[in-house]
Write a protein that binds this ligand. Sequence first.
Ligand code: SF4
Length: 334
Amino acid sequence: MDGDGKHIILADPRGFCAGVDRAIATVQTILKSARPQNGLPPVYVRRQIVHNRHVVDDLAAQGAVFVEELSEIPDDAVAAGVPVVFSAHGVSPQVQAEAKRRGMFIVDATCPLVSKVHREVSRFVREGYEIIYIGHRGHDEAVGVVGESPEHVHLIEHERDVADLDFQPGQKLVLLTQTTLSVDETAGVVAALKQRFDWIEEPPSSDICYATQNRQTAVKTVAQRAQCVVIVGSANSSNSVRLMEVAQEALGECGRAHRVDDAAELDPAWFDGVQTVGISSGASVPDTLVDGVVEALRPLGFTDVSYVETIKENMHFVLPATLRKRGEAGKAAD
Ligand code: SF4
């Protein structure tokens, strides 16, 4: 440790979660075992496998072809059985149905914690509930979950949206949430919902996932010891944006939180007069990008690097069962 240097405090946990690890490993496993055939790509991936530009660029450089919609995948690739991977954020039943109709070989890398919310929607709709879903309009995960039952799932984003809802006592109501929201912000929306609809129910366990909660707790602790926080993560990564908001909340008037895709986006002016910088990263961010930020801060005098660990994670999800059936994943099981 360099006693004279300015300080960097790394949040731990940060970066890859079990769902992202599994999604990336799914595509990598297919790429490793793929045999070239008639100029077709080894694998198609619907949407960004995880919301990180660097991860997507890296897999694309290895041959994966990313599409926005299944309609972009040509019939000859479908006929040849080129695998199509669904991203960690999940898809709606309409997308599943299109894949089935076209006879696609689907490898579903939806995070098991997102699948849990899909199953909750199906179950509650079957039991006659209306579902209030707190999420971000247009985010892939929210689109997939709402698509389970668009007529019974009512998406709200903010506390102020609660006033627009209209349900009468006697209507069974349940509250579900996107997995990557801010724990604190959601608490405000939940309180407003409970005040308006005091009979609303919640699922047996929170939908906000362990990785989101753990990363937010860690960044809050780090922010309380810093005057500036840098979050590494892409702008379309819900959990990265929430991390920045949580960090800003914890810093208050004493500092600023910034989000960057990588070290190239750092602005040296952010660190004027700053003695301690906190750093964390979203659940879809490889640690090499965090290393890049640490290195870039060194010439600015930030040479003393330590970390704060708030919890040890040991979550792991095995690869999708479809890969094992194709003999592409050895002993992996779902
Ligand atoms: S952030 Fe949570 S829900 Fe999203 S992929 Fe990771 S573990 Fe799954």
